[in-house]
Design a protein around this ligand. Structure first.
Ligand code: SAM
Ligand code: SF4
Length: 337
C-alpha cells in the first residue's frame, strides 16, 4: 500500500473529509422523535468491536478524512468508548486528523469529560431540547435534566467547547427558544436549532404535528435578538448567524427546506460497519465483510473507494400530508444524524 494514497473524491468532485461513526445503536434515553419506547437493539456479534471501529475509522483517516465525529445511539453508553477515543487521538497527534469530536445526550458526560479532553477532543455537541425538567422527562421518556446539567458543567471544567443541539418541536419547546438563546449566551455555548426529520417509524403522525419550519423560528428570534449572517460553514446543512447580544453562534439545520447537497463532504458509518453515502438515501455499502474477511487494509480501502464512487448527488426527503411514512426507514439513532 502506498504511504500517501489518493484522497477520496466522489463522482461530483466532492472530497470526502468528514466521517461520522455511530459506535452503538443503544441509548439510555428514548427521545420521542428519535426512538420508539420499545426498541429492539442489535445483537452484539453484529456490532463492530472497538478494535474494528478503530481500524475502520483509521482507514478513512488514511484516505483523507480530516474530521471524525462519534455518535450513536448514545456514544458514551458504549463500554470503554473512551479507550477508542483515546486510541483515535493518535491521529490528532500525528496531524492526520484536524478534529475528533462527538455528539452526545450528555447523561454520562460528568464521568467522561476529562478523559475526552485528555484524548484531544476539543469540542462536543450536546443535544438538549428544553431547560424544563418535566418537559425533558417527557421528550426523552425518562431522562433526568440534572444529569445533563452536571455533564455540561464537567465539560466546561474540562475545557471542552460545547455546542447545544436543540430539535425545534411545535407545541413542545417553542415557548423556550428565547430562553435557550439567552442561556447558551450565559453559559458560553453555541446553539443550533434542528428541524425535525422524517426518519424511522416512531408511531403515527407525531412528526407532522411537531414540524416547525426554522424560517418561522428565525423570524421570531429576530424580534428579540440581533442576528447577523456568519460566514462559518461546515460543509453540512447548518447555516450560522451571530447573536450580537451574546456574541455566540446560532445555527439552523434545515435539511427539509434547503438544499445543501452541493457542498456535502461527509459520509456516515453505522456500528455494524454499514456505510451510508447520503443521509437521505437508502443506498449503503457493507464494510464489515471486507473488515472481517482480511487483515489486509488494501481490501478495506478498495471497498471504501467503491462505495464513495456511488455517492449520490443529493437527497429526497419528503414531509407533507400525503407522505406521513418516513422518507427513509432507518432511525436517526442508526446513522447518528
Ligand atoms: N444520542 C446522541 C444525542 O442525542 O446527541 C447522539 C445521537 S442523536 C441520533 C444525534 C442528533 O440527532 C441529536 O441532536 C438528536 O436530537 C437528533 N435527532 C434524532 N432524531 C431526529 C429527528 N427525527 N429529526 C431531527 N433530529 C433528530
Ligand atoms: Fe438517544 Fe440521542 Fe436518539 Fe435521544 S436523540 S433517543 S439521546 S440517540
Amino acid at each position: 500500500m502506498s504511504e500517501n494514497p489518493a484522497p477520496l473524491v466522489d463522482p461530483f468532485a466532492r472530497a470526502i473529509t468528514y466521517l461520522r461513526v455511530s459506535v452503538t445503536d443503544r441509548c439510555d434515553l428514548r427521545c420521542v422523535y428519535c426512538m420508539a419506547e420499545d426498541m429492539t437493539f442489535l445483537p452484539k456479534q453484529e456490532v463492530l468491536s472497538l478494535e474494528e471501529l478503530d481500524r475502520l475509522a483509521s482507514a478513512f483517516v488514511r484516505l483523507g478524512v480530516r474530521k471524525l465525529r462519534l455518535t450513536g445511539g448514545e456514544p458514551l453508553v458504549r463500554k470503554n468508548v473512551t479507550g477508542l477515543i483515546a486510541s483515535l487521538g493518535r491521529h490528532l497527534k500525528s496531524g492526520a486528523l484536524d478534529e475528533l469530536t462527538l455528539t452526545t445526550n450528555g447523561t454520562q458526560l460528568a464521568k467522561h469529560a476529562e478523559a475526552l479532553a485528555a484524548a484531544g477532543v476539543r469540542r462536543i455537541n450536546v443535544s438538549l431540547d428544553t431547560l424544563n425538567p418535566d418537559k425533558f422527562r417527557a421528550i426523552t421518556r425518562w431522562g433526568d435534566l440534572g444529569r445533563v446539567q452536571a455533564g455540561l458543567d464537567a465539560a466546561k471544567a474540562a475545557g471542552l467547547q460545547v455546542k447545544i443541539n436543540c430539535v425545534a418541536l411545535k407545541g413542545v419547546n417553542d415557548d423556550e427558544f428565547d430562553r435557550m438563546v439567552a442561556w447558551a449566551g450565559e453559559e458560553g455555548f453555541d446553539l443550533t436549532f434542528i428541524e425535525v426529520m422524517p426518519l424511522g417509524e416512531i408511531g403515527g403522525e407525531m412528526r407532522l404535528d411537531q414540524y416547525l419550519p426554522l424560517s418561522l423560528l428565525r423570524q421570531r428570534l429576530a424580534k428579540t435578538w440581533t442576528l447577523t449572517e456568519s460566514s462559518h460553514r461546515t460543509g453540512g446543512p447548518a447555516r450560522y448567524m451571530t447573536v450580537e447580544q451574546t456574541g455566540r453562534r446560532l445555527g439552523f439545520i434545515t435539511p427539509l427546506t434547503h438544499n445543501f447537497c452541493e457542498s456535502c463532504n461527509r459520509v456516515r458509518v453505522t456500528c455494524t460497519g454499514t456505510l451510508y453515502m447520503c443521509l437521505g438515501q437508502e443506498d449503503a455499502a457493507d464494510l464489515r465483510s471486507p473488515l472481517r474477511a482480511s487483515d489486509d487494509d488494501a481490501v478495506l480501502d478498495a471497498a471504501i473507494r467503491a462505495a464513495i464512487a456511488r455517492k449520490p448527488k443529493g437527497h429526497d426527503f419528503v414531509i407533507d400530508r400525503r407522505h406521513t411514512a418516513p422518507a427513509v426507514g432507518r432511525h436517526m439513532s442508526v446513522t447518528g444524524g
